[in-house]
Design a protein around this ligand. Structure first.
Ligand SMILES: *Cc1c(COP(=O)(O)O)cnc(C)c1O
Length: 350
């Protein structure tokens, strides 16, 4: 049977009329075990990456968007609107095109990674950029969403989080239980809440015996939850989590408490180091924001946090190709040679 996407897979958890389902067959992403990174860094754990960059538009946002757009389609809306650091708009544009709806996208000027902007454009969204950050874009969007033909698909839309729970379901199905720890980047803090709800739902049904400690990581330059106040001018290379006033702030704090986890910060330096290490040691290219979860694992391991052999899942939220400029900036430039093998061999050690 063809894999049908998360709504048809988890039919009871995501109610919507069958004829309104809008899917790009998102979900069913691999859980991939680290071999070399754990060895090189001497991490005393079983580390798994949930490869959310392998969703149809290259980020986990597809899980929420399939359900939000299906519900919008069912309710008869003409257009969806979102503010975005990039991935939400890419997903909204793709799912709206599949549904025959209009996508309106409002982004902070100059701060969206190129791959993400390209996606919104090629899927035919109307893209607007505003001076200011994500939070300024969100204010515009909330007002436009009061129009009767338009609905909001930002993460304050409850259907988004319901769809995103499916990633936790898949992890439990892959491991046969929940992991001991779940590490995840935190921006608007919707995903950490969605995973927790997903784990709890499977636990209540008896499909998981344990619940993980939820460990969220913000970037140090945009860590409102860690610092306990709104950040007016959030800054970080991890543009997907460059959020100064998270929509799900309170709910995320409750998740940290209830799961006996925490929300902490990692610096851009730690993020970029993890970004390169996962690419060069484990062969997987994620975007900088995703690497915040791995940077968190490395940092906590250095502090002796983990019990030996614990199972740890990191959500790698988006694909590295979303932000090619960052990858190029972090890497040595190609070496210019004449078209000769001799010259090449002289320059390398084998
Ligand atoms: C949206 C996003 C995040 C942050 O998720 P929240 O639910 O806003 O906390 C992290 N990484 C990537 C790649 C994203 O697109």
């Amino acid at each position: 049977m063809l894999y049908p996407g998360i709504i048809r897979k988890y039919r009871d958890d995501l109610p919507v009329a069958e004829s309104s389902i809008v899917t790009l067959h998102e979900g069913n992403t691999p859980l991939f075990q680290s071999i070399r990174l754990v060895k090189e860094l001497n991490l005393p754990i079983q580390l798994y990456y949930k490869l959310e960059g392998l969703n149809p538009t290259g980020s986990f946002k597809d899980r929420g968007m399939t359900y939000a757009v299906s519900k919008a389609h069912e309710a008869g809306f003409r257009a969806v609107i979102c503010a975005s650091t990039g991935n939400t708009s890419a997903a909204a544009a793709a799912y709206a095109s599949r549904a025959g709806m209009l996508a309106l996208v409002v982004i902070p000027k100059g701060k969206v990674a190129r791959g993400k902007l390209a996606q919104a454009q090629i899927h035919g969204a109307k893209v607007f950029q505003v001076d200011g950050n994500f939070d300024a874009a969100l204010n515009v969007v909330k007002e436009v969403a009061e129009h009767p033909k338009v609905t909001l698909v930002n993460s304050i839309n409850p259907h988004r989080l319901m769809g995103q729970q499916s990633a936790a379901f898949e992890i439990v199905e892959s491991l046969g239980d929940a992991p001991d720890y779940h590490f995840i980047p935190v921006g608007n803090a919707g995903n950490i809440v969605a995973y927790w709800r997903g784990y709890k739902a499977f636990h209540e049904k008896g499909l998981a015996k344990k619940l993980p400690q939820m460990c969220g990581f913000q970037a140090a330059g945009s860590a409102p939850i860690v610092e306990g106040h709104i950040i007016e001018h959030p800054e970080t290379v991890a543009t997907a989590i460059r959020i100064g006033n998270p929509a799900n702030w309170k709910a995320a704090e409750e998740v940290a408490i209830e799961s006996q986890g925490f929300i902490k910060a990692v610096t851009d330096e730690e993020i970029l180091s993890a970004y390169k290490q996962v690419a060069q040691l484990d062969g997987y290219f994620c975007e900088p924001a995703s690497a915040a979860s791995i940077a968190g694992v490395i940092k906590m391991a250095e502090q002796g946090f983990f019990k030996k052999n614990a199972s740890v899942v990191c959500t790698l939220t988006g694909h590295g190709l979303k932000d090619p400029d960052q990858a190029i900036e972090q890497s040595p430039a190609p070496i210019h040679i004449s078209a000769s093998s001799e010259e090449l061999l002289k320059l390398i050690k084998l």
